[in-house]
Design a protein around this ligand. Structure first.
Ligand SMILES: *Cc1c(COP(=O)(O)O)cnc(C)c1O
Length: 398
């Protein structure tokens, strides 16, 4: 069978691939420590589950409006007002089947052949492929450890060409945990307005920030930037609802209308009883988050401290999300006990998993071959055990 040309350039999500492999090893009874997880290890809060159960019992199981019910849109609007002080109308909001689907629909409605989309690296694995699937060209701009994995305004200004349509920002970042301050975002917003491009702001980790960091929405620096901002968010990370598949976009009404048409011809509405639960998540109590953030924070400090004590490894302290992105490049060129040379992040991840039973995601998947992504969304005991294995694996290289 001859497949469509558009699939030739894209790859399966490497994060899902590595977690799949680690799960398969676990199923064989192998004691694998998995740093691959891209989701919180907490359960969805009970008050949210209760609403979904009731919706099912009440027979709320049929088609609903394609872009989300008015009630759910209003909950999103109230959240954006409460958290950022921004006013949106229902016609500015569309709810989709997870934030990944939101970004996919933005790309389908907004990007086309000839468009360039700027993506700072390290980036979330799906951005380049979603841009490619829309026929547009991802323009990768490397940021480095020494700049805190953040894009400078000089880099941004230089990367913008007459073909640039959009810049994708993800703060706090998956995979680095780096987060832009309000001041940094204001400077980026100024460039975006001056060069008359747009920004897709993926805010999915906004609630998971540490050390008193204050998340600011780039859309909040005035009308000029707000009308050029596509806000993307979802419930997966802040409410530990990855399986429920609820994400949303706040943007200009033309874009939202186009996305709604696309959605009406593909997935239709987000799952009915999940939309009820989403209203509860957004409007209900938020206090559980404090405990989650405190627990993530404890693990974050521990894992960064342990990694930095491994000779040749360096790791920045992330401001948000639940990942660390340590640099292992000093291990490259060395040999494993069985004589294989470690040439890059994929070799290292394979060595960790096969010989030390510890799963990490190679940095090359995120556009930075020097690093590995380790998720600390797991128990402290497992983190300890996993770090010990990594420490040993690095020490055993010669
Ligand atoms: C997890 C994640 C998403 C999407 O999550 P959904 O489960 O599709 O809502 C989007 N962006 C980043 C950076 C993520 O890590």
């Amino acid at each position: 069978m001859k497949l469509a040309r558009r699939v030739a350039n894209i790859q399966p999500s490497p994060t899902l691939a590595i977690t799949g492999k680690a799960k398969a090893m676990k199923a064989q009874g192998i004691d694998v420590v998995g740093f691959g997880a891209g989701e919180p290890d907490f359960d969805t809060p009970d008050h949210i589950k209760a609403v979904a159960k009731k919706a099912l019992d009440d027979g709320y199981t049929k088609y609903t409006p394609v872009p989300g019910t008015p009630e759910l849109k209003d909950a999103v609007i109230a959240k954006l007002k409460r958290d950022y002080g921004l006013e949106y109308a229902r016609e500015n909001i569309i709810v989709s089947v997870g934030a990944k689907h939101s970004i996919y629909n933005v790309a389908q409605a907004f990007f086309e052949e000839g468009d360039e989309v700027i993506i700072p690296a390290p980036y979330w694995v799906s951005y380049p492929d979603i841009v490619l699937l829309a026929g547009a060209t991802p323009v990768i701009v490397d940021t480095k450890e020494k700049s805190g994995f953040k894009l400078s305004i000089e880099q941004l200004d230089k990367a913008i060409t007459p073909r640039t349509k959009c810049v994708i920002l993800n703060s706090p970042s998956n995979p680095t945990g780096a987060a832009y301050t309000g001041e940094e975002l204001k400077a980026i917003a100024d460039v975006i307005v001056r060069r008359d491009v747009t920004v897709l702001s993926d805010d999915i980790y906004e609630k998971l920030v540490y050390d008193g960091f204050r998340f600011v929405s780039i859309a909040s620096f005035g009308e000029e930037i707000r009308k050029r901002t596509i806000v993307v968010n979802g419930l997966s990370k802040a409410y530990s609802m990855t399986g429920w598949r609820i994400g949303y976009v706040a943007a200009g009404k033309e874009l939202v209308a186009a996305m709604t048409n696309i959605q009406s011809q593909s997935t239709s509405n987000p799952v009915s009883f999940c939309d009820k639960a989403a209203v509860e998540a957004l409007n209900g109590p938020q206090d559980f988050l404090k405990g989650w953030v405190a627990e993530f924070d404890r693990r974050r400090r521990y894992i960064v401290d342990r990694l930095n004590k491994i000779p040749g490894v360096s790791c920045l302290l992330p401001q948000g999300a639940f990942y660390v992105f340590p640099n292992f490049s000093k291990a490259y060129g060395r040999k494993t006990p069985s004589g294989r040379e470690i040439k890059g992040s994929s070799d290292l991840a394979a060595y960790f998993l096969e010989e030390y039973k510890v799963a990490s995601v190679p940095g090359v998947a995120f556009g930075d071959d020097a690093c590995q992504r380790l998720s600390y969304a797991m128990s402290m005991n497992n983190i300890e055990k996993g770090i010990e294995r990594i420490e040993q694996a690095v020490k055993d290289l010669r």
